[in-house]
Design a protein around this ligand. Sequence first.
Ligand SMILES: Cc1ncc(COP(=O)(O)O)c(C=O)c1O
Length: 441
Amino acid sequence: MSNLAILGGEKAVKVADGDMFTWPIVNREMEAAVLDVLRRGAMSGTDVTKKFEREYADWYGVKYALAHNNGTASIQTAMFGVGLKIGDEIISPTITYWATCLQALSLGVRVIFADINPISLCIDPDDIERKITPKTKAIMVVHYLGHPADMDSIMAIAQKHNLKVIEDASHSHGSIYKGKMAGTFGDAAGFSLMSAKGFAIGEGGILLTDDRTIYERAILFGHYIRHDEITIPELKKYSGLPWGGYKYRMHQISAAVGREQLKKFPAEMEEIDRAMKYFWKQLEGLPGIKPHCPGAKSGSTMGAWYCPHGHYVPEELDGLSVERFCEAVAAEGTYCIPGCNPALHKHPIFSIIDVYGEGKSRNCPDVPEDELPINQHLPVAEGIQSRVFSIPWFKHFRKDVIEQHVAAFRKTVESYKYLIPGDNKKKSTEIRWGLSSALKK
Ligand SMILES: Cc1ncc(COP(=O)(O)O)c(C=O)c1O
């Protein structure tokens, strides 16, 4: 007989969550910093934000940081910053949150999708090469769910074809690729800092670059109040109004939280890393489930393990669907959701929708129907929903609690045969376009 909770047994997780998953961790210093901004009426100022930018840039060891009101804005600004213009093409991974690339359309830039690597879940460098055309100007890289992308290969391709690289580091605060911080490889990086992210300060985003021209173009685009910082004559000449027509200034309450978050983030990140590694260590060797993280000897890390996932290998569990598996795991009192972000190339916005009233899709104005992104076949991405699942994102290293969550997964794997008769979920993983994967827990 099975003791699975979904079949009437006792739950594996008996402890209450308490603050195990509470994020961000708010301390007195954060509260005081927020109150100071409020009491000074400095919410729309830039004094706190500029300090936060300097400190964030120093953490990453780069020259310039420009804070934004959200990550989407910081990425769009990076696109303008590196010089993308009407008719250019960018290559983006299809498995990511939409804000890696969708805002390019408002710049008149076309988005071409590439497949992902099945292990890292990040953009597949071989597919980038296949997608390059004379119009390609930049590669968008996402260090997906904290896992660094294959930057050696990507930078080599960029160099060979003279392409810009923009890193969307929204999932990878603190992640390291072969000893160097993810977000410092390309020409510019944009980060989301919204409340659910690894580095969470409220709505906010930040752009990093070592290139003065990119920095000044970014200011020009959406930060009119800071046009006095612009020194390049051809940019300065017509400054004063934001060239993008956008106002992307960060709210100073976010900046104040960010300054305090920076002080405690290394310790928090280390504790999360210990907890997540402990979780996976306990599950080592079980069939059907594997960690999504770089190997211990790779020199790469997962930073704060944003929204962590595991790989699911149904072949090792007699074809049990990931949906049925997750349903059973979740019934044990832990957190487990099938799939990840849906493949963006399947959304009509990139193929047929006439958003701008141009009489045709801006992304595909003259693309034959069978070549539209929506009709493209990116096999790894299209199959990935049945091969990944989310796991609990522990914020504290508490062995006894983690072990109960481990037991939920272990028990389910060990009793998987009992789940097969009730497995009618094979095609049910719902598409969750708007979600940045399985948020929160
Ligand atoms: C990969 C990725 N890029 C960009 C964004 C956009 O950031 P924001 O929500 O701060 O605009 C997010 C998350 O929301 C994200 O997950």
